[in-house]
Design a protein around this ligand. Structure first.
Ligand code: CTP
Ligand code: MG
Length: 230
């Protein structure tokens, strides 16, 4: 059985949170957001190595901050790109395809992920080649026009809100990335690249607590959850 490599994209600037500091390093319960995330991957027995992607001009500084926490799994730092997909691509190019069986991708800014969810996504991808975490849509979701007028009401029972982790067999993700760049395609998640090359992607129940820290309200919510978990 080959290695399982985790790619942790952390090369964004956090524009929607409206803070001068990078949101992946905002303090949550006394620790930077990304440290909470890496601790979960450190804990997971499924994960053999981690690749963390930082803004190109921050790799030195940010990797120094991570090193201070003394993670004992192999961890390397890569310079990211303009969009999230470019950052994942850069990390993927550093992965050894002869040794790696599966690649699992998880946003640095989803620090409430639990090791159990990582395990379930990886296990499913090992069986099927591609698996993602997602939750049932709880709100009714409507399509609207550019003028904010309702165009259609979608059938909620078939809708899912997609999260990370997302895990793929190495050769599947390689082909998906190659094809996306050949076609000039950019997706809002990694699965969409895999879907468009005709691969079936299995959906694993995620967690409503596995939020992506995007706005200041998310930081407050995450603080409360961490406190409740103790
Ligand atoms: N990300 C990345 N490279 C980019 C853009 C985003 O690695 N060029 C990472 C972010 O650091 C984050 C994850 O992808 O861990 C999810 O992205 P998002 O929540 O959109 O974060 P940001 O792009 O930083 O925030 P915003 O969109 O508000 O600017
Ligand atoms: Mg973004």
């Amino acid at each position: 059985m080959g290695l399982v490599t985790a790619i942790i994209p952390a090369a964004g600037s956090g524009s929607r949170i409206g803070s001068s500091s990078y949101k992946q390093f905002m303090e949550l319960g006394g620790k930077p957001v990304i440290i909470h995330t890496l601790e979960k991957f450190q804990q997971s027995s499924e994960i053999d190595e981690m690749v963390v992607v930082f803004p190109p001009d921050k790799v030195r500084e940010f990797s120094g901050r991570i090193a201070a926490y003394g993670f004992h799994k192999p961890i390397r730092f890569v310079a990211g790109g303009e969009r999230r997909q470019d950052s994942v691509h850069q990390a993927f190019l550093s992965v050894n395809g002869r040794q790696t069986e599966l690649v699992v991708i998880h946003d640095a800014v989803r620090p409430l992920v639990e090791a159990d969810l990582i395990q379930r996504v990886v296990e499913r991808a090992r069986l099927t080649g591609a698996a993602i975490a997602a939750i049932q849509a709880v709100d009714t979701i409507k399509e609207v026009s550019s003028k904010d007028v309702v165009v259609a009401t979608l059938n909620r029972s078939t809708l899912r809100q997609v999260q990370t982790p997302q895990a793929f067999a190495y050769p599947i993700l390689r082909k998906a990335l190659q094809r996306a760049y050949a076609d000039g395609y950019y997706g809002t998640d990694d699965s969409s690249l895999v879907e468009r090359i005709g691969i079936q992607v299995a959906v694993v129940p995620g967690s409503p607590l596995n939020i992506k820290i995007t706005t200041p309200a998310d930081v407050r919510f995450a603080e409360l959850i961490l406190r409740a978990r103790g």
